[in-house]
Design a protein around this ligand. Structure first.
Ligand code: SAH
Ligand code: SF4
Ligand code: F3S
Length: 438
């Protein structure tokens, strides 16, 4: 039995938090912690939080409440809060829940060793700076075997200031990591078994990394990833419509490893609401952009984000959103009821009545689900690439992701985990596809 201390991390929010959680686990690994999936076994619990909607923040406090008995039973248990709620609320979290030992923001978790030293002395530690130094340069080198599909954060923060959004405040200004370091990190991932890399950023297509030979855009970075031997697939998320440069659109048609899937949030189909949201594009310019991308890659599967019930949204505005969805036809989408976030420009405005917003959300989700199921059904009979990621629940079955990011179940030998295989899709079930090796 190992005498390592046990670390339990719970991750909320976006993929950037998933990436950060992995890096924090590694940073704490150097402090003698090893990961556990069982909260009750933990010597340290770290909650990596999200602040994007009201419910996301509330979840933190209800989870902390449920941890009270654990802490009473095991007074040495350390409790940490990381991520965007940590950034936004800082020491306030400790005032609401004094049993919290550590609060660390998304830009300072490379300082975890120092912070833990403080915690181990019995003090509370808070660090929510936006430091000058690059945290990625201060994190432990990554050595352990990795899963076939990995995230790689290439850009953080956002300068767009959509009127509803906390990200520019919790993650700070846009910063891009230098391309040479990203290529080195990608190579390291591939050596450790990774076959698919998803480049991450709050505004990933605004990537502008300072390379040794000038500034790189996202398209150039994708092409550099394409050249990495052993890497099979590249994806990126999340993009803003105004940053879809020509070279990036073109890459969707010409870059072999770039997968035919694009998440391109539009939020609303009403120009009045888009203006109030400070999105700086119109419904028509978005649709025209989609047409250009589909001309480059006709089989692209499109994904989007929508907010209903933004202040001032009328039935007519909402109808315009439904109309845009019908025109674009999404293969996948996320939709949310507007949630007023303190400190954002829209927070002061009058809300759409909750029952109206809820009813609109239901109508929008019904339409989006219909499109999603149709996109899945249209895969039946087609042959797609599948990257097998793990064993399925049934004996002899593996689960993986298709080129279009659909989950696919398939009978296949275990040694195919971590490889891309050709699979013929035979059926579409609720949230996945079933196929056979060709
Ligand atoms: N950077 C990405 C994602 C931001 S957060 C982008 O620009 O698209 C993910 C999604 O959460 C957003 O696209 C938006 O649809 C939703 N969201 C953000 N703030 C919200 C709020 N205050 N209320 C409801 N949904 C929100
Ligand atoms: Fe938020 Fe808008 Fe920036 Fe996306 S582009 S992170 S929605 S402010
Ligand atoms: Fe949430 Fe922060 Fe991501 S607010 S969506 S975890 S950037």
């Amino acid at each position: 039995m190992s005498d390592a201390k046990k670390l339990f991390i719970k991750t909320y929010g976006c993929q950037m938090n998933v990436y950060d959680s992995e890096r924090m686990a590694e940073a704490l690994g150097a402090e003698g912690y090893e990961a556990t999936d069982v909260m009750a076994d933990a010597d340290m619990i770290l909650l990596n939080t999200c602040h994007i909607r009201e419910k996301a923040g509330e979840k933190l406090y209800s989870d902390l409440g449920r941890m009270k008995p654990l802490k009473q039973e095991k007074p040495d248990l350390k409790i940490g809060v990381a991520g965007c709620v940590a950034q936004a609320e800082g020491a306030e979290i400790m005032r609401r829940q004094p049993m919290v030992d550590l609060v660390v923001g998304p830009q300072t978790y490379h300082r975890l060793p120092d912070l833990m030293e403080k915690v181990n002395r019995g003090e509370q530690a808070v660090d929510t700076d936006f430091p000058e130094e690059d945290k990625f340069e201060h994190l432990p080198k990554r050595i352990s075997k990795a899963r076939p599909s990995a995230f790689l954060t290439v850009q953080e923060g956002c300068d767009k200031f959509c009127a509803f959004c906390v990200v520019p405040y919790t993650r700070g200004a846009e910063v891009s990591r230098p391309p040479e370091r990203l290529i080195a990190e990608a190579r390291n991932l591939v050596e450790r078994g990774v076959r698919e890399i998803t480049l991450l950023g709050q505004n990933v297509n605004a990537y502008h990394g300072e390379g040794e030979d000038g500034t790189w855009g996202l398209a150039r970075l994708i092409w550099a990833m394409n050249d990495i031997e052993g890497l099979k697939r590249v994806r990126f998320t999340t993009s803003h419509p105004n940053d879809m440069e020509d070279a990036l659109i073109e890459a969707h048609g010409t870059c072999d490893k770039l997968m035919p899937y694009l998440h391109l949030p539009v939020q609303s189909g009403s120009d009045k609401i888009l203006k109030a949201m400070n999105r700086k594009h119109t419904a028509a310019s978005y649709i025209e952009l989609i047409d250009r991308i589909r001309a480059a890659r006709p089989d692209l599967l499109l994904s989007g984000d929508f907010i209903v019930g933004f202040p001032g949204e009328t039935e007519e505005d909402f109808e315009a959103t439904l109309e845009l969805v019908r025109t674009v036809n999404y293969g996948q989408a996320y939709s949310f009821k507007y949630s007023a976030r303190p400190g954002t420009p829209a927070a002061e405005k009058d809300l759409v009545p909750d029952d109206v917003a809820s009813e609109r959300l239901q109508r929008l989700q019904a339409l989006l689900s219909e499109q999603q199921y149709e996109a899945q059904r249209s895969m039946v009979g087609r042959e797609v690439g599948v990257l097998f990621e793990k064993k399925g629940r049934l004996d002899g079955q593996l689960v993986g992701k298709s080129d279009y990011l659909h989950a696919v179940h398939c009978d296949a030998p275990e040694h195919m985990i971590g490889t891309v295989q050709r699979v013929r899709i035979e059926a579409s079930v609720t949230n996945s596809l079933k196929g056979v090796l060709t």
